[in-house]
Design a protein around this ligand. Structure first.
Ligand code: OSB
Ligand code: MG
Length: 369
């Protein structure tokens, strides 16, 4: 498959409500859409790098720069039979996983469309409704948190993940647990704690959480091993896992027992599938994380979630939780906590072109030189 050109497009979209985590607040998203064109067909993906390097070191602007300056010259005008061949061409680009992933994921969509297959099938998944939960940002009060958790459980969401940070943890989680005694609950610290906080984190054990997500540093596995040994609750690794090798090390050492898989963080589908397979060999469950994506990224997440070891509810909640209006035609709405995988070739969603044009901040064509 010859890649004729790449198109980059930045679209501005505002979240319904500010999303607060231990590393900052997001209210306006600058969404980078990456399209690969071949023989009149278009594959598309969303780059999940944020405006601010708070979750990962990449940003919207570094990803744009890396794709334009380093990725495109290695891809445009070249032919690749598989995603592996594409990744091989990019092997000397160290890091910048979110930038590379967006290109790789667009390639998968393109290939699925050329084969006239839904992406889940090309990935080797099994079509099924995808159980999803919500990720609840840090709120102003415990009462609001309890209320939001309750309302979303009533909507059918299969799991409630509460964002925590020092000072917003045991009391808040205890209040939610008291109101929702049987709900699948978890917490996500986004690296806000240190190993010396182990006694505090141990207090969470009594709330029977499914897992504590990424309590310690974004680049740590060693301290997570020590912490996991002191906790009854499983640790779920997010920020610390950038590859299948990281997943192997994390699970083999006992740094965690669960993995949150995000294609952007690990460099695309090929790597995401390898993380999934490694976890399976350890008997560790995985689930599909989210990065406040538009419908393009959400559709990708749902296709990935059809792989068999995605056994825990993912973060691909309804598009309408985040957006007044999404940029894709197909509604991606959970019903009773289940999302349907979009049908049709590739990712199965199409852009609302008028809306996208209206929201476009910049656009760039990358042609062969
Ligand atoms: O840690 O999983 C995370 C959002 C942005 C960056 C990191 C994370 C998140 C979420 C939200 O938890 C997941 C979603 O609903 O898209
Ligand atoms: Mg997380």
């Amino acid at each position: 498959m010859r890649i004729d050109r790449i198109e980059l497009r930045e679209v501005a979209l505002s979240l319904k409500n500010p999303f607060r985590t231990s590393f900052g607040v997001e209210q306006h998203r600058r969404i980078t859409l990456v399209s690969l064109f071949s023989e009149g067909q278009e594959g598309i993906a969303e780059c999940v790098a944020g405006e601010f390097p708070g979750y990962a070191s990449e940003t919207v602007d570094t990803a744009w720069h890396v794709i334009e300056t380093y990725v495109a010259p290695l891809v445009v005008g070249k032919s690749f039979a598989t995603a592996n061949e594409l990744l091989h061409a990019l092997r000397f680009i160290r890091g910048h996983n979110m930038a590379v992933a967006a290109v790789e994921m667009a390639f998968w969509d393109l290939q699925a469309k050329q084969l006239n297959l839904p992406l889940w099938q090309l990935l080797g998944g099994q079509l099924r409704p995808i159980p999803v939960g919500i990720s609840l940002g840090i709120q102003d009060t415990v009462e609001e948190t309890v209320d939001l958790a309750l309302r979303n459980v009533d909507l059918g969401y299969r799991r409630v993940k509460l964002k925590i940070e020092p000072g917003w943890d045991v009391e808040m989680v205890g209040a939610v647990r008291a109101t929702l005694p049987t709900t699948d609950l978890s917490v996500d610290a986004n690296s806000a704690y240190r190993l010396t906080d182990a006694p505090r984190l141990r207090e969470l054990d009594e709330f029977r959480l499914a897992y504590i997500e990424q309590p310690l540093a974004h680049d740590d596995l060693i301290d997570h091993v020590a912490l996991q040994a002191q906790l009854a609750t499983a640790i779920c690794l997010d920020e610390s896992v950038h590859s299948a090798e990281d997943a192997r090390k994390g699970l083999a050492t006992g740094a965690g027992r669960v993995i949150n898989v995000k294609t952007g963080r690990v460099r695309g589908y090929q790597a995401a599938r390898m993380v999934h397979d490694v976890a399976l060999t350890f008997g560790a469950p995985v689930w599909c994380g989210g990065m406040l994506e538009s419908g393009v990224g959400r559709a990708h997440n749902l296709h990935l979630s059809t792989l068999p070891n995605f056994v825990l509810p993912g973060d691909t909640s309804s598009s309408s939780r985040y957006w007044h209006e999404d940029i894709v035609e197909q509604p991606l709405e959970a019903v009773n906590g289940l999302q349907q995988v979009p049908e049709g070739p590739g990712i199965g969603v199409t852009l609302k072109m008028d809306m996208v044009e209206r929201l476009t901040q910049r656009r760039q064509e990358l042609l062969p030189h």
